[in-house]
Design a protein around this ligand. Sequence first.
Ligand code: PCA
Length: 215
Amino acid sequence: MKILVTGFDPFGDDKINPAIEAVKRLPDEIAGAQIVKLEIPTKFNVSADVVKDAIAKEKPDYVLSIGQAGGRFELTPERVAINLDDGRIQDNAGYQPLNHTIHGDGENAYFTQLPIKAMAKAIREAGVPSAVSNTAGTYVCNHIFYQVQYMRDKMFPDIKAGFMHIPFLPEQVVTRPETPSLSLDDDVLGITAAIKAIVSRDGKGDIETIEGKDH
Ligand code: PCA
């Protein structure tokens, strides 16, 4: 089995992004699966082509994309990608789409094929906080999550794909009081546990357990 794991570069006011830092530190093999790592730019109009080229070249069974969610407390496997770009800030190319539909011929939303409940449970069992998230936002992370789902819909029907957000690193919250953070070691531990869950649930779907939220 081959798993393509992508991580975003730094964006906004931050000089580091835990996503690419953690992805770079993953082992080359997890639970017998080959791990292919890819850095992608935090740019709406470039990121999808970078991932598309890697999927065409590597032909992975799974694509797991990782991004920073500043302010979140836990590692959050995402349930759903939506057909909307609505930037709070400009991306790394200076582009800030507002209320922009990603693909006119795409679904309004796509659910992930990843076993997100099994992933969250496995991450917690590794000693790292985790919860299922029901929104990946409307910035470049949701965009790439949606774009890979669209590619699956139109071009690469055999891949299974999804997204996981991770918190700030401690060094990013030095000037952000009351903001949660997680160490790089915990990020790597948690992502590794999530990938083990993906491998062990392959072909079996997700587990039936409570991860729902009221809001
Ligand atoms: N996080 C941003 C984009 C890149 C990243 O790491 C997001 O959540 O959309």
